[in-house]
Design a protein around this ligand. Structure first.
Ligand code: FES
Ligand code: FE
Length: 382
């Protein structure tokens, strides 16, 4: 190679052996047009896990979340049901709420011309509305968004006709765990938030999904995790195939950063699930980790083609949280895993525009299920 020349991309002119698969090409992780297509065909169409329901602790409590290109207000109405609306005033389109979270007494008022909407989304007041009989209060209410509550979280769909929640969301969990009942014993909806950490990751959301789906990297970057779960040290794709659960090491007392004793075990966890770790990816944006004494629940919010917010909740039995028990060693294990994983995702993101990755890379056999995720994305984005 003469100075200044680059070698040809690794896969050019070669056909891959059967044991390898190609990844998505680099521009899938940087191109704003592809990101826009993902917003339209994935985030605006599927079910999206938005808010921890317990965070909306009374009527009028609200959070705003970004789903694709839409900002959505999620609130609790006077009848205690959770409602969600597009965060857009029906008058001239001003953003109604600019706060990430807060509480209103009984209505949302637009800061521009003061149109006011009830917690049920109806237009209830506007300056001089009496002189505007043609403005129908229901017709000009806020646009509603479909809501489901499951596992203690509020899931939203921006689709006019959402896909089946049972088939798409619960189906993903069932596929990973082998049975829809396998998650029931963890009683996730009745656990309580012990700690929340948000990670602002400079990487495309698919990097984060792909990383979570494989454990080929575990031996290299997760020393604490492989200490607790020795089978992860062999680099197999255990996280995806843990219908059987990954077993704690013999010396390990709990799922903690140093393998020391954990917190009180969730009573419904079946005997065969004790001392095991289960990981589930719910496409497109949720990762759930189940261990005997807590649940680690990740929600992803893709913000741009190259930036993703990940909000991670550590959930414990309410009595554990209320007692003020020390959960630091418990939180620290997965916090380190998160930091290690997101560093790796950012490191890959740096190369996505490189000529070397124009045609993508390869998936080794233990990463092959990432290929299924790529097919799922391609089917939707083209
Ligand atoms: Fe909201 Fe005018 S834009 S009241
Ligand atoms: Fe990892």
């Amino acid at each position: 190679m003469t100075t200044g020349e680059l070698s040809t991309p690794a896969t050019e002119g070669q056909s891959l052996p059967d044991s390898l698969r190609e990844t998505l090409a680099g521009h899938y992780y940087t191109d704003p047009a592809i990101f826009r297509a993902e917003q339209d065909n994935i985030f605006h169409k599927t079910w999206f896990c938005a808010v921890l329901a317990a965070d909306l602790d009374k009527p009028g409590a609200f959070e705003t979340v970004q789903i694709g290109r839409e900002s959505v207000i999620v609130t609790r109405a006077r009848d205690n049901s959770v409602r969600a609306y597009l965060n857009v005033c029906r008058h001239r389109g001003a953003r109604l709420c600019t706060e990430e979270k807060g509480e209103v007494k009984r209505s949302f008022q637009c800061p521009y011309h003061a149109w006011t909407y009830g917690l049920d989304g109806k237009l209830i007041a506007a300056p001089n509305l009496g002189s505007m009989p043609d403005v129908d209060k229901v017709e000009y209410g806020l646009h509603t968004v479909h809501v489901r509550e499951w596992l203690g979280y509020v899931w939203l769909s921006l689709a006019e006709e959402p896909p089946s929640f049972t088939e798409t969301v619960i189906g993903d969990v069932t596929t990973r765990l082998g049975s829809p009942d396998a998650i029931v014993g963890y009683d996730v909806e009745n656990l309580k938030l012990g700690r929340r950490i948000s990670y602002d990751v400079t990487a495309n959301w698919k990097q984060i999904v792909e990383n979570f789906m494989e454990c080929y990297h575990c031996a290299t970057i997760h020393p604490e995790l492989t200490e607790v779960l020795p089978e992860f040290a062999d680099g197999l794709a255990a996280q995806y195939f843990v219908g059987h659960g990954a077993e704690f090491g013999e010396e390990i007392k709990g799922f903690t950063v140093d393998g020391s004793e954990g917190l009180t075990r969730i009573p419904g966890v079946a005997q065969e699930q004790d001392r095991r770790y289960y990981a589930i990816t719910v496409r497109p944006s949720v990762f759930i980790n189940l261990v005997p004494d807590h649940v680690v629940f990740h929600r992803m919010f893709p913000l741009t083609a190259e930036r993703t917010l990940v909000v991670c909740d550590w959930l414990y039995l309410p009595e554990v949280v209320d007692s003020g028990a020390d959960i630091d060693r418990s939180v620290e294990l997965f916090h380190r895993v998160n930091v290690q994983d997101f560093d790796a995702c950012e490191r890959c993101q740096l190369a996505m525009d490189s000529r070397s990755y124009e045609k993508g890379g390869v998936l080794v056999p233990s990463e092959h299920h990432i290929g299924e995720f790529h097919d799922w994305v391609r089917d939707r984005v083209g």
